[in-house]
Design a binder for this molecule. Structure first.
Ligand SMILES: [Zn+2]
Length: 264
């Protein structure tokens, strides 16, 4: 299987790089981070572009027709998917480092930026899922719906926020976690209800994502970086009115009310 895996991997990598290079947003986001004006919301957008490009690259090069017996065997999946998840992780964390370094510099924090390691368990879980069916046609939806890979890299951004907020909190700062609900997608009362600013450490639910959830989490420490783009996309609807059918239990709502500092 060595031959086909090498060939597939290099084709996937080629399409992945082409997809990113031709995407104007990719360059705009990268420039922001390099200029020192990138935020975690930008890192989240960047992570989504990576997930989308990787989904496209796999869709374009992998099909039942090119796979032995029309099946994506676990071993082959480990040879072609895992290295690409690592590559996406490398790009995402490179971006995170640029953002976090500039936040630390601006807030005059003398701590090193925390960069999440490649999450081997999550990668293994993804690869296992992708190779679970006897026929590739029965599992290819995992790549056809690019939300899965987008969420994979978005989770690294959220992980970085938690890690950095945590070291800063331990060092005596008072970081705040901000969960932002974005307009433009199907209205989600659960997420609209969760939007707000919380003191770190806060309950895990503040970071929780459902499938195809693209809420972003940001954090502030020291002087907050006001971002015009972030402000514009924060949901400003009448959140309170719908809180009863948000899908959160009464206990969760009470917990949130206690933790929440403000609505944005
Ligand atoms: Zn959401």
């Amino acid at each position: 299987m060595a031959d086909i895996s090498q060939e597939l991997l290099s084709e996937i990598r080629k399409t992945f790089e082409t997809e990113l290079k031709k995407d104007r947003r990719f360059h705009v986001l990268l420039k922001r981070a390099r200029d020192g004006t990138g935020s975690y919301v930008h890192a989240n957008s960047y992570a989504r572009l990576i997930g989308r490009a990787l989904s496209k690259a796999i869709k374009a090069n992998v099909s039942a027709g090119v796979l032995p017996q029309g099946r994506l065997y676990l071993e082959l999946a480990q040879q072609i998917i895992t290295p690409m998840l690592k590559e996406g992780h490398g790009l995402t964390t490179e971006y995170i480092k640029l953002v976090q370094d500039s936040i630390n510099k601006e807030a005059k924090i003398g701590l090193a930026s925390q960069i999440p390691e490649f999450n081997i368990d999550r990668a293994a879980g993804f690869v296992k899922k992708a190779s679970a069916a006897e026929s590739y046609d029965d599992v290819k939806w995992i790549f056809e719906d690019d939300a899965y890979l987008q969420n994979f890299f978005e989770a690294e951004v959220d992980e970085a926020i938690q890690q950095n907020a945590d070291v800063q909190w331990r060092a005596g700062s008072s970081p705040k976690i901000i969960r932002i609900y974005h307009e433009g997608t199907k209205y989600c009362p659960w997420c609209a209800q969760l939007a707000g600013t919380y003191d770190y450490p806060c309950d895990r639910i503040v970071y929780a994502k459902h499938r195809d959830c693209h809420c972003t989490v940001d954090y502030q420490v020291g002087k907050f970086r006001q971002d015009a783009h972030t402000k514009k996309i924060v949901y400003r609807g009448d959140i309170e009115k719908i809180s009863t059918d948000s899908g959160l239990s009464e206990k969760e709502q009470q917990l949130l009310a206690r933790m929440r500092l403000s609505r944005r």
